[in-house]
Design a protein around this ligand. Sequence first.
Ligand SMILES: [Zn+2]
Length: 330
Amino acid sequence: MQEHLQQLYRDALVWDAHAGVFPSPEVDLNLLDEWPRAGASYLSINVGFDVMDSQDTLATLAAYRRRVLDNPDRFVLVGDNADIERARGEGKFALSFDIEGMNALNGDINMIGVYHALGVRQMLFAYNLNNAAAGGCHDDDSGLTDFGRQVVHEMNRVGMIVDCSHAGHRTTLDIMRESSKPVVFSHSNPSALWQHQRNISDEQILTCAATGGVIGLNGMGIFLGDNDIGIDTMLRHVRYVSDLVGNEHIGIGFDYSPKVDVDIGVILRSRPDYWPAGQQYDTPGIKHAGPAQLPELVDALADSGFDDAAIRAFLGENFHRVAASAWTSD
Ligand SMILES: [Zn+2]
């Protein structure tokens, strides 16, 4: 890595918009050390998804929250961007939580405020399959429901990032029309480069950018290509989104889990309804890029013509801008 890029990377705000260890109250949060070791400043950790019920999500959130708060020498639980600045100044890792899908609400709109109070700063509408709020990307997409519309307004009101990843095409366009704040795809890649139901169309990318939002680069090999996590492949995905909508709308949401190489195949095969056949989830040894690949990716971005400002925007400033607006309560 060139010396000036090393300096840029050391000084940059590095924002990973979605990842985590597999959500369970038993999990060892020492696994999260991999992020700050790789230079990451902030991570949104997944504490639940629609495969779990609301009780299990609350129990996981409670356990993670306790462990983060019990280690104030290492972690800062983020409420807003000022907490991220404070964490960086103190050399600590900044964290908040996300939930993938609205089953965690159990049909109760008031749970959004409860989750917000407990540190959840980003929610996704569906996890691959339809639920009471939204249609999923691996389902017969039913669109945003009346309940889902209320959810968008409540998230805007309390100050939570509206996240369209994992929802169906039509549903995401409904969500983006409904939101009064910028909307993100925290971990989704362009389907123009690799056809997969988890990837997103040019129309979705353009509509997201028009809200002022950001599209986070997913590091999972089966969403990047044929289980391909090469630096050139990741660069192609970033370049594609940048060429389509500009450098203000690119970011990182690696979807990486430190234990991923061990058990992701087992997890994915355990629920073929959520991870259906024909979508490469049965690929042996699914590869996964994570924060450790970032220095190499930064080098490649610079070599291909991204200037320092564009690299900083990609590394974290774009998501930081979205949070400045989305985390403000109305
Ligand atoms: Zn996900």
